[in-house]
Structure formats: structure tokens, C-alpha cells
Design a protein around this ligand. Sequence first.
Ligand code: SF4
Ligand code: SF4
Length: 489
Amino acid sequence: MLSYQTTASQRIFTFLGLFGILLLFASGIGESLSISSNVLTSSALAIIGLAIFGYTYASYAPYHSGIKNNANVLKSLTQRGVWAYVSALVLTAFYVVLYFFDAYLEPMIRGFDFISQSLSGKPATQWFVYGVLYTLAILLFGVKFIVKYRHSRYQVIRTLSVMFFQLIFAFLLPEFMARLNGDLPYYDLKSMWPLNYYLFDGYYIESFVSAQTLGIGLLIFGVLSIFVISPILTYKFGKRWYCSWVCGCGGLAETAGDAFRHLSDNSIRAWKLERWMIHSILVLITLSTVGVVHSYLLEHPEEYWLSPSVFILSVVSLLVAVVGLIYFKRRAWIAKDAKTAMIIVGALLAGFTGMHFLSDTYHVFLIPSHSLRSVYGFFVGSIFSGVIGTGFYPLLGNRVWCRFGCPMAAILGIQQKLFSKFQITTNSGQCISCGNCSAYCEMGIDVRAYAQKAEPIKRASCVGCGICAEVCPRGVLRLENTSNPNQQA
Ligand code: SF4
Ligand code: SF4
């Protein structure tokens, strides 16, 4: 039987990393050992960093640059062996405690107070600790990814980009803004609605409004991001500008999740499930967000110039305009996916119409909109995106959430499929059908099938990570922004 031996240095750095993680969880008991928890937390983070850098050096530095997925299909951790299940269990347990039993993390959280105080002037919360660990994971594994793909300019630049956006936009700026204006809610500037599903909740809007100019500016920026900035960038570059260059979920998947990308299921069955799941979640978040804003306007009739009915009619008009545009410009696509499109639009229109004609209620399909929103927050926002989306990397691959759950990816995917210059071109004459591209596509796309037919790849789910092109031994695949966005796959 084939086996894979890690080198002695890799083993030493792995144990060092595990020791650092244990030390981090033990940092809260530092005071009882007469050791400052600041010292223990800083030491634990430094040890974890050293372990990842050391492992990276031992794995890649002695060799020439080039693709190295050596023995990925033989290692227990990356081929659903015992270590994969143990890791998934530990990660999932961490998420469950973080979301639902944070009191158990209290001693560890206090160990992060000194970092939080120095940034925002406030004591640390469990979300601050999560933010530090999440950002560190992207930065440290980002360095590992850059060293691994150092021969590829595209991979190096896009990884620097996700590291920058996570560190500055998602972590440092919100902390500094909280120091500047205590009324401001936490706001990750790059996290747009519907990924940031609470952006239009009543308490969020009130916090923005009470933070005056800065808050209102951020609210306007949030609306512009989804309706103006994102469509323009997706038209020019495809959804990769967000999913592979900016987004924190994508950033973690690309860096910490790199070793698991081959675990994505690329069967037709998985593709069908993906399309139903991601579009159902898009419908659910759209209905619940409109319902929550509608209810908020009903509850505050005197405070805003926008009445609940005008709001609903505006949303319906926008939806009709978008569907009309798609129908006239991309009729062929609608014909192919007519059933799905009709169900999506029908469910949305029925929900909006119900809200309008029963406008003295707070319900969406007889469910109170706040309850619908809470159900979404619990099952999709917490369980799916956090517990399953990250905890299950070693079992289901690194893009489970992006592929099956993220409503932002669904919107960007529809734009990419219908109105974008981005596509992957193929040169079938060179293809030797090795299947590397399909095996390493983290979104489960059967890239080889397109390459064999010499068809350009213009799939809604493609995040433009470019790994298919990197692992192709024959240079068959090219990521391009064509001048002809009408070309359909
Ligand atoms: S098709 Fe290629 S670029 Fe697109 S998601 Fe798959 S591996 Fe990444
Ligand atoms: S990796 Fe390249 S050569 Fe291999 S199947 Fe894919 S396109 Fe063809």
C-alpha cells in the first residue's frame, strides 16, 4: 500500500503548531499560574506563526518553484482519513462553542483584551478573538500559498490582495472606526449585502444614522456596493474580483483551505444540488431582508420619508426591470433555465405582493419577517457559513459555503453568466485529458469536459481562482476578460 512520509522538519513544525494552539486555549489560566495572560497569548500566536512559516519553508523552499500537491491524495488529513475527521470535529466544536457557548471561552477572550484595547479602546469580545484568528489564518497561510505558487504572478498578486482586504478592510478599519465613533456598528467595508445579511436590520440602520455623517456615508457606500460598484466590476472582471481577490470567506478558502480543494464533488448530482441550494438561499435572504425593512418602516411611520408601500413597489419595479433586461438581452439562457428562473422570480414576486397587500402585517408568507430573518441568521449565517463552511474543509472541500450557500456568490454568478467579459478559454488541441484541472477545481466544475470540446468556460460558479490553469501541464486554459461578453458557453 502506498504511504506518505512527512519529513522530520514538517513533523516538528506540526507539533509546534499544535502546542501553540493548546497554549492559546490555556492562556486564560495564566493569571492562576502567575503568568500574565498577555504574555501567554502573544507567545501562543508567535509560536503558531513560527510553526506555519517553518512548515512552509520545510515543504517548499528546498525545491524548485512549481506546482506541489505532493501526496495530497495519500495524506490522512487531505484524503478524508482519521486526521481529517479529527480536524473537522475540532473545528466544528470550536465554532459551536464560539457561537452558542462563548462563556467557556471567557478566560481566553480576556487574553486578547490588550490587543483590542490598543485598537478600539474596548475590551475583547468573542468576535474580536475570532477576527484576530481569522485574519492571522489568512495572513499566515497566505504566505504559505505565495511560497507554494511563487512562480505565478496571478496567484501571488491575488493572494496579496485577499490578505490586504482582510487585514485592512475587515479587521483594522472597523476597529479604528469604532474608536473614532462609538455609535458605529462593526462594519466590514468589503462585506456587502447579502453576505452581510444584517446590513439593513433596524438596529444597524439606527446605529448608522446616530453615527451621523460617517454612519450615513457608510450606509450609502453599502447600497452603492451592491447596486453599482459590484455590477461594474463583475462585468469587467467576472465574480473573481470579489470571490478570489476581496472576500474574507474566499480568502480563507484559498489560503488555509488550499490543501482541500480537490475534495469538492464534481458530479452532476452535486451541480444540481448546488444550483437549487444557492438560489433558494438567495430567495430566502431577499425575502427576509425586504420583510425586515418593510416591518421596520411600518414600525416607524413618521421617521422616514419612505413608506412601506413605496418601498415594496420600488423593489418589485427593480426586480421587473432586471428580469426584463435579462429576457431581452439573454433570452437563450432564460430558455435553458426557464423553470429555475420562473420559480425564483415567482417566489420573490409572491412574497413582495403579499407584503404589499397585507401591509398592516409584518409577515412574509404568514411567517413574521423578524422570525424568518432569525431562522436565516441561525441556519445559514451561523451553522452553514461558519460551522459547516469552515469546519468541514477537510471533508467536503474548501468552498462548500461559496458553492452551496453564499447568496452573494449567487448574485455575482448570475451577473457573470449573463453580463461579464470574464471567461476561461480552452485550447483543445493541446489537451491530454489528464483531468488535473477538474480534480483541483474547488468549485467542482468539470473543466476537462470543456477543454476537450474546446468550449470557453463561462460558468456561474467559477470563482476565477486560476488553479485549473496552474495545474494544467499543457497550458490549455487561460483566464481572460474578452471584449465580447455576449459569447455564451
Ligand atoms: S474553473 Fe478554474 S478558475 Fe474556475 S473555479 Fe474552477 S479551478 Fe478556479
Ligand atoms: S489539466 Fe490541461 S491537459 Fe489536463 S485535462 Fe485539463 S485542460 Fe486537459
